[in-house]
Design a binder for this molecule. Structure first.
Ligand code: URA
Ligand code: SF4
Length: 263
């Protein structure tokens, strides 16, 4: 294995054929995942399920690589996003892109979306009822993408996936994703919101340090997911390479494939 990239999703499901088991992608191929994401985006663009519909210019469903293993979740569209219908295209988005660049990643290689898909008036916080109304879209996006790692941007997004956590303590840390979020066998990793980093050089400095922890979080997330998905298998040898004797015992898996030189 080499430096982790966000788009090497061939771990399970997408290309493993019909025996990939109960944890396979609901939509198996990259083309099927893209079509499913496009269908959600079309629904979002005409959605009127909550009061935010009234104030939006364009809804912002999210965008990125349907094959990615890493999903970034912000809070909600701001002024520029509302005008363009795309996530993180203003100053906060530019900072996010600079941060991704420190990992050698481009925004097209990950998937970027928000907790609410329409801009709250005057950039106020989304109301709980608005978040609840919009939640099925994010849930379905996560189900389709089936990421290894979900990176939350800011405390409102973090609050969806790390209930009770405080951003001042949780930034730069990870936790197991609740499967009910749609992302099964995934880890969540918390970042400050890039808009907060624009307001404070200390938060910005800390954010770059937290971003530097993402590759390690991705490796751990992959390892954890491989472990979860390789354990109870009714046809153990079906997906092994020819020379592999049997499905490995779960206890043998951790560390096995980790090179020491990634960082
Ligand atoms: N802030 C967010 O939370 N999301 C965006 O898409 C842009 C800014
Ligand atoms: Fe629909 Fe979500 Fe927009 Fe509300 S915020 S109108 S639920 S897409």
């Amino acid at each position: 294995m080499t430096e982790p990239t966000p788009a090497s999703v061939a771990v399970v499901g997408s290309s493993d054929g019909p025996d990939a088991g109960p944890h396979a992608h609901p939509a198996r191929t990259a083309a099927e995942r893209k079509a499913a994401l496009d269908a959600i985006a079309a629904e979002v663009r005409t959605c009127r399920l909550c009061p935010l519909a009234a104030g939006r210019t364009l809804a912002v469903p999210g965008e990125g690589d349907a094959d990615t293993e890493v999903v970034f979740v912000g809070e909600g569209p701001g002024y520029n996003e509302d005008r363009q219908g795309r996530p993180f295209v203003g100053r906060a988005g530019e900072l996010l892109v600079r941060m991704l660049a420190t990992l050698g990643w481009r925004r097209e290689e990950v998937f970027i979306t928000n907790v609410v898909k329409c801009r709250p008036p005057d950039n106020r916080d989304p109301e709980p009822a608005e978040i609840a109304a919009c939640a099925p879209y994010l849930h379905r996006q996560l189900e389709i993408l089936d990421p290894a790692l979900v990176v939350t941007l800011g405390r409102h997004s973090m609050g969806r996936f790390m209930p009770g956590a405080r951003i001042g303590a949780a930034h730069g840390t990870m936790a197991a994703m609740e499967p009910a979020t749609g992302a099964r066998d995934a880890l969540v990793y918390a970042l400050y919101h890039p808009a907060a980093a624009l307001r404070s050089t200390e938060v910005e400095r800390q954010s770059y340090a937290d971003v530097a922890g993402i590759p390690a979080a991705l490796l751990e997330a992959r390892q954890r997911r491989d472990l979860a998905r390789s354990t109870p298998r009714s046809e153990p040898a079906a997906r092994q390479s020819p020379e592999a004797p049997d499905a490995p015992d779960a206890s043998q898996l951790p560390e096995a494939s980790e090179p020491p030189t990634l960082f």
